[in-house]
Write a protein that binds this ligand. Structure first.
Ligand SMILES: Cc1cc2nc3c(=O)[nH]c(=O)nc-3n(C[C@H](O)[C@H](O)[C@H](O)COP(=O)(O)O)c2cc1C
Length: 332
């Protein structure tokens, strides 16, 4: 089995800690589709092609979004160890097949904001439970919008009743299309429910309560427990659409970093978040959503934010399983 080696002037134990932090990123169905090639002068981030969801995510967009989130975690972990991360996204010939390469760009002392984001990494969890009927205040909204901007992305806050109604319709339409797609349902089923000892997927404890037909927003069914009477979803969560300025792999990796910065910022404000990805995953509906947003921005993920009760952590694969061996290059 491959072992973590020294890199970027850090000891192997520090590199391992940084990769552990990277691996705590969210990923579609908790597939953890990332691999790392560690060399003394760089850490390469590769997609793990064996963890693709060919039906749900045929263009690997969500795979790259997930990897972008891991990259953000890696960046702040390295900063906490005094390394200024010099990141090259889609490095091409420099690192064939890699989504990003991180080198040492000198020394740095992590600032308070990044330290708070790093501290939030293990506390951030996808929370599918009903939220409290308490509004997210303007200061918190502003912090989320700023977090996306700092990562060269755009956070569109859904505000007007018309816009909410239209987005709900998109979620519903896409959800129904996916319910009728056996391959999409099979991918979901393969990664949910009781899977003793599994280091990936969404366990029942993280599934949230069972969606019901009266729910305003249609959530994906992760086979959670039946709902107790009165445990309905909140009527008015904060819903945002995270967008990139580019369509394609660069925009995806950038949006993934922004998504993670938004989620960690939310965590620092005591906010919970979950995803409504159906209208993004179904290409036809995504095009409608894109046009509804004015046609220029590329919608990358839809998030629901609010206040809730804590949820358990989902499992992660050990770092040793995430390493690309020295004699092995990840497939392009
Ligand atoms: C790109 C992306 C799309 C996701 N889409 C959904 C979704 O539509 N519904 C959902 O409940 N969770 C969604 N998730 C959340 C993942 O299932 C979750 O990140 C994963 O199970 C790991 O759990 P954690 O976020 O609590 O660490 C998505 C995550 C990512 C990164």
């Amino acid at each position: 089995m491959a072992e973590v080696t020294a890199a970027l002037g850090l000891e192997p134990e520090q590199v391992e800690r940084a990769l552990t932090t990277a691996s705590l990123a969210p990923s579609v169905h908790n597939t953890q589709p990332w691999r790392f090639l560690v060399r003394h002068d760089r850490i390469e981030l590769h997609p793990d092609e064996t963890r693709r969801l060919a039906a749900t995510d045929p263009e690997d967009r969500e795979l790259r979004l997930s990897c972008g989130a891991a990259l953000f975690n890696l960046r702040i972990a390295l900063q906490s160890m005094g390394v200024r991360p010099l990141v090259s996204v889609l490095p091409g010939h420099d690192a064939p097949g890699a989504l990003a390469v991180v080198r040492r760009g000198g020394a740095v002392r992590i600032d308070a904001e990044h330290r708070a984001l790093l501290d939030a990494v293990p506390r951030r969890r996808t929370n599918r439970r009903p939220f409290l009927d308490a509004a997210v205040d303007p200061r918190q909204r502003h912090a989320l919008v700023r977090a996306a901007e700092l990562e060269r992305s755009w956070l569109h806050v859904v505000t007007t009743p018309e816009e909410r109604a239209r987005l709900k319709k998109f979620v519903q339409q896409a959800h129904e299309i996916q319910l009728g797609d056996a391959a999409v349902q099979a991918e979901l089923a393969a990664l949910t429910g009781h899977r003793p000892g599994a280091a990936d997927g969404v366990p029942p404890a993280s599934a949230g309560v069972r969606p019901e037909t009266q729910d305003e927003w249609v959530f994906r069914d992760f086979q959670g427990p039946e709902r107790l009477p009165g445990k309905d979803y909140e009527s008015d969560p904060l819903v945002v659409v995270l967008c990139s300025y580019y369509d394609g792999p660069l925009g995806d990796v950038q949006a993934g970093q922004a998504m993670q910065r938004v989620l960690l910022t939310a965590t620092t404000h005591g906010l919970s978040a979950s995803f409504l990805s159906q209208p993004i995953e179904v290409r036809r509906v995504r095009e409608h959503l894109r046009r509804a947003l004015g046609g220029m921005l590329v919608p990358q993920t839809v998030l629901r934010l609010g206040f809730s009760t804590p949820v358990p952590a989902t499992p992660r694969r050990p770092v040793a399983d995430l390493l690309v061996g020295a004699d092995e290059r990840a497939p392009c």
